[in-house]
Design a protein. Structure first.
Ligand code: NAI
Length: 411
């Protein structure tokens, strides 16, 4: 594609998702009238694809200047990146398949812009602000964090007394993780796996590593596609949930012997490693949906493999003796690195939370540390979403409210 075609393609992708993001559209209208972000500079490190672009535009419509880069080297869509860079008050530095050096250079460029508000997906901006760019911290009013792994990092910083700015844990809003992590990852990971492999899921043994919100969604959709689902866990409660939801549960060492497709969703490292590769079947397909590419230990796989070759776009074949093991998207999040990410209707809620939290930071002075998304914002997003879907619900009567608040009434 030439530049004109790239630009057109990026803008068409953004238009498409905007037609399916009604809550964000309501917020855009409010932002256009009220300009709540005028005078603010927002730095972002997020997956640069169309839904993110819709959020970036919303912030710019609200009066902010925005600089953005990617939060993963393989999730950027260059046409969307170019379209964003060509819009007023927006700079975009993200590039698909950039090397580590370019990735961190782009993070620096976003910070050179001297932001007062940040949005991260994985906490890379905040990490940089607290290590090499501490000079910028005094100007920062606060930040928002999009994903579970980012919140883990931030809570670890807070525990160590190292977090020197307020951050809102957007991931932990109910209108985020219950939908984005579960239904979003559930659908888009299978979309990524299926479009990459063009293979059947029905009748396969699918192993899901981790039964958190992403794992639950991934297992649910695998079952719907006709797979026999096996879950691995370290948490007894989640393991029980997985079993009672109708899945088999066993240690990875056992699951590795029978799995056909593996999908890791733990946010932890080494879910698939040497001892598993030793017993894994010929033709096994490995994919990851967790934030970082540490869940499948590729170093172990490389060390064991006699040869590695690309057999199809986004599929590498590792040959261990006569056994072939296929890794999708180099173990990076398969739904974004080998797909288009979550459906727009789901990101509508996640990014509505982001936009409202950025406004909240601009309008309120927060103390350093990790903050919850204000409950009224979370509920407000749910209400707007229901309204956009044409769904109304019941209201408590006065008698019901009094009954629920009281303790006198028994049998
Ligand atoms: P979660 O905390 O709800 O679930 C993670 C689960 O993995 C927990 O149940 C935990 O007990 C389990 N686990 C941890 N170590 C394990 C091990 N060694 N073996 C088996 N299970 C293990 O987290 P959530 O929200 O499901 O997120 C998981 C990961 O996915 C995070 O890295 C998050 O950032 C990422 N994520 C990715 C998305 C995407 O678009 N691909 C979207 C949302 C989150």
């Amino acid at each position: 594609m030439n530049d004109t075609e790239m630009l057109e393609s990026g803008n068409m992708k953004i238009d498409w998702v905007l037609n399916h993001m009604p809550v964000l559209n309501i917020i855009r209208e409010q932002f256009a009238k009220e300009k709540p972000l005028a005078g603010h500079k927002v730095a972002m490190a997020l997956h640069v694809e169309a839904k993110t672009a819709a959020l970036v535009e919303t912030l710019a419509i609200g009066g902010a200047e925005v600089a953005i880069t990617g939060c993963n080297p393989l999730s950027t869509q260059d046409d969307v990146s170019m379209a964003l860079h060509n819009k007023d008050n927006i700079q975009c530095f993200a590039k698909y398949d950039c090397c580590n050096e370019e990735y961190y250079e782009a993070i620096d460029k976003v910070l050179d812009f001297k932001p007062d508000i940040t949005i991260d997906d994985g906490a890379d901006l905040i990490f940089k602000l607290h290590t090499e760019r501490t000079d910028l911290l005094p100007e920062i009013l606060g930040g928002c964090e999009e994903t579970t792994t980012g919140i883990h990092r931030l809570k670890a910083m807070e525990r160590d007394g190292a977090l020197k700015m307020p951050v809102i844990a957007v991931n932990d809003a109910m209108t985020k993780f219950l939908f984005d992590n579960r239904y979003g990852t559930g659908q888009s990971s299978w979309d990524g796996i299926m479009r990459t492999t063009n293979l059947l899921v029905a009748g396969k043994n699918v192993v899901i590593g981790g039964y958190g919100w992403c794992g639950k969604g991934a297992a649910m959709r695998a079952k719907g596609l006709g797979a026999n689902v096996i879950v691995t866990e370290i948490d007894p409660i989640r393991a029980l949930e997985a079993r009672m939801d109708g899945n088999s549960v066993m240690p990875m060492k056992e699951a590795a012997k029978i799995g056909d497709i593996f999908l890791t969703t733990t946010g932890n490292r080494d879910i698939l490693k040497k001892e598993d590769f030793e017993v894994i079947n010929d033709g096994a397909i490995l994919a990851n949906a967790g934030h970082f590419n540490v869940e499948i230990n590729l170093e172990d796989l490389k060390a064991m493999a006699g040869s590695v070759r690309t057999v199809r776009n986004n599929i590498k074949e590792y040959k261990i003796g006569e056994k072939r093991v296929y890794v999708l998207a180099d173990g990076r999040l398969v739904n974004l690195a080998a797909g288009d990410g979550h459906p727009a209707e789901v990101m509508d809620m996640s990014f509505a939370n982001q936009a409202l939290c950025v406004r909240y930071i601009a309008e309120n002075k927060l103390s350093d540390g990790v903050h919850a998304v204000p409950h009224e914002l979370d509920i407000g997003v749910a209400e707007m979403k229901l309204m956009s879907m044409g769904i109304s619900i019941d209201k408590l009567s006065d008698e019901q409210e009094a009954y629920m608040a009281g303790w006198e009434t028994g049998t």
